[in-house]
Design a protein around this ligand. Structure first.
Ligand code: GRF
Length: 221
């Protein structure tokens, strides 16, 4: 008999390539989680197509159709609970979640951001990194708090910024690492190797450096 797997709800707004990485990881028998449902606030998001193809229930909740953020979040919470969701993974979800909503999934909401936080939170992180001339960029998976990309960090992956990079080339290099990092970080979180304790993460002795900080395979030595 297979072990009990953590039930993930994945929130999306766009292409959903990170959702795909999670779906692919969950398709492996030894992965400790499964995608129980996908929720998009954008009806045309390609991520919905990916969910359908994987046979995962997908729900559209257009935030604009609700009178207030509280109403939207109430519907979101209901949809997730109906699907038996235990962990919430934001994957290109373009809405901030309130402290009230987060309290309902306390310590069990994760996000992926295309920068080495705490540098470059918010929109256009890769453009911000290029504008500042950083030489090492990357991505971060963190627990979500009510701020913008401010929650405690679970794991990071680094990539080099190469001469001649533009926003598109750097974003593509980071995105490839996002797809490796997110499943790893989900594994760390749902197995309790990294937990949220107050405003910090606690890292269990079982977690290895190789799981917590990745380096791009193409990076120069
Ligand atoms: C990713 O770069 C993610 O880090 C950011 O939004 C983008 C979503 O891409 N939060 P996708 O929809 O997963 O392809």
């Amino acid at each position: 008999m297979s072990a009990v797997r953590a039930r993930l709800g994945v929130l999306v707004s766009g292409s959903g390539s990170n959702l795909q990485a999670l779906l692919d990881a969950c398709a492996r028998e030894d992965f400790p989680a499964e995608v129980a449902c996908v929720v998009s606030n954008v009806p045309t998001a390609f991520a919905l197509e990916r969910a359908r193809k994987a046979g995962v229930p997908a729900v559209v909740l257009e935030h604009k159709a609700f009178a207030s953020r509280a109403d939207f979040e109430r519907a979101l919470g209901e949809a997730l609970r109906r699907a038996g969701v235990e962990w919430v993974c934001l994957a290109g979800f373009m809405r901030l979640l309130s402290a009230d909503f987060l309290a309902g999934f306390s310590g069990r909401v994760l996000n992926i951001h295309p920068a080495l936080l705490p540098a470059f939170p918010g929109l256009h992180a890769q453009r911000q990194a290029l504008e500042r001339g950083v030489k090492i960029a990357g991505c971060t998976v963190h627990f979500v708090d009510a701020g913008t990309d401010t929650g405690p960090i679970i794991a990071q992956a680094a990539v080099p910024v190469l001469p001649g990079d533009d926003e598109a080339s750097l974003s593509a290099r980071i995105l490839a690492e996002e797809h490796r990092l997110y499943p790893l970080a989900v594994r760390l979180a749902v197995t309790g190797k990294v937990t949220l304790e107050g405003a910090r993460t606690r890292v269990d002795a079982r977690a290895t450096v190789g799981e917590l900080s990745l380096r791009s395979p193409g990076a120069p030595p």
